[in-house]
Design a protein around this ligand. Structure first.
Ligand SMILES: NC(=O)c1ccc[n+]([C@@H]2O[C@H](COP(=O)([O-])OP(=O)(O)OC[C@H]3O[C@@H](n4cnc5c(N)ncnc54)[C@H](O)[C@@H]3O)[C@@H](O)[C@H]2O)c1
Length: 322
């Protein structure tokens, strides 16, 4: 078996923390090097090697890849949808140049595999709303969506032209309790749990009928790891795969929380920018290509995710971790 040495870029973020921990379980602590621009997340301390690194500094990235004998990169550093709309140039620069730096180095150093998440944000108002297909009209209207769609083409280009084995998933909104979300349009679906437990009330920034595709973090991690483990000969639709687990609107998640916290109240203070972004995205996704080509299957739905989130946040509270 080939010994893999993995670099995670953006390891202190919402996905990065949990993905780093999951990869360390599989490949061994010493074989997964975490890196981020910001300080190491507390949950990563003592679990394996960490290096402070800016993905925009290509030379430093290249040196680390050579020095550490890296064979795979999980590139997670990005500016997300809502933050991107506040600073479009910064989002474009990081999301594009960061990816290009990783792809160039992967090509030069003949790295085995690259993982780079795309997003449902590639879809725009002209894409089908219901069961949005893998291949369809794609006209994103946010800088984040534009950067993700351009990134998908770059990944394809490096795969076809230089044989770089880069794999990608179009994640829906991700729900997790270990590390905080980083400025996306679906962050309400994480905040709501903390407010429900602490105050029994929450003010939602999206309208009550904003129905969006979502996924619980354990499924998001499993998707990444399974796709990276998949037989490349079976991957027909490279870059990037639709995946989904559930779709709901704020009223539906509030009702589910109310089953566990009966007095929970939600009202609305809609943020027009975030609502505009949400309105441009599909309601639900067709992920049949992922299911057929690498056996994608979600394990969590709204009911089971809600129960688990409430339990986990309460446990963290009891231990004084939040
Ligand atoms: N969280 C979601 O709901 C979601 C949905 C779809 C796609 N994605 C994608 O998944 C990836 C990870 O998302 P996330 O939610 O963990 O984001 P996040 O914002 O929580 O984490 C990103 C991390 O990247 C780091 N970073 C920023 N600039 C950097 C730089 N120049 N060099 C090194 N590190 C830098 C940040 O410090 C942060 O820790 C992104 O590509 C994102 O677009 C996320």
């Amino acid at each position: 078996m080939v010994k893999e040495k993995i670099l995670v870029i953006g390891a202190s973020g919402q996905i990065g923390v949990e993905l780093t921990l999951a990869l360390r379980k599989i490949y061994g602590e010493a074989n997964v090097l975490a890196s981020d621009l910001r300080e190491q997340n507390d949950l990563l301390r003592g679990t394996g090697p960490y290096v402070s690194m800016d993905v925009m500094n290509k030379e430093m990235l290249h040196v680390q890849v050579i020095r550490q004998g890296i064979t795979q990169i999980y590139h997670l550093a990005a500016i997300l949808s809502a933050t991107g709309e506040k600073n479009p140039h910064l989002a474009w620069n990081l999301n594009m140049q960061g990816l290009l730096n990783v792809l160039d180095i992967a090509r030069e150093e003949k790295l085995h595999k690259i993982y780079w998440p795309s997003s449902i944000a590639v879809f725009g108002p002209t894409s089908p709303k219901k069961n949005c297909p893998q291949q369809t009209i794609i006209e994103p209207t946010t800088v984040y969506g534009i950067s993700k769609y351009a990134g998908e083409f770059w990944c394809n280009y490096f795969h076809m032209k230089y044989g770089v084995d880069v794999r990608s998933i179009r994640y829906p909104g991700l729900i997790s309790y270990k590390s905080a979300p980083g400025g996306g349009t679906t962050d309400y679906a994480v905040e709501i749990f903390h407010h429900a437990i602490e105050e029994k009330k929450y003010q939602c920034f999206l309208k009550k009928d904003t129905y969006l595709p979502m996924m619980y973090m354990p499924d998001a991690l499993e998707a990444a790891i399974n796709l990276m483990e998949a037989d490349p000969a079976k991957l027909i639709h490279r870059n990037s795969f639709n995946v989904t687990a559930m779709s709901f609107d704020p009223e539906m998640i509030a009702a589910e929380i109310r089953k566990h916290i009966p007095g929970f109240v939600m009202d609305y203070n809609v943020e027009p920018m975030k609502q505009g972004i949400a309105n441009s995205w599909p309601n639900s996704m067709d992920d049949s290509c992922a299911r057929a080509e690498w056996n994608w299957k979600p394990n969590w739905n709204l009911e089971s995710m809600t129960k688990d989130m409430l339990l986990a946040i309460r446990e963290k509270q009891a231990k004084g971790l939040i």
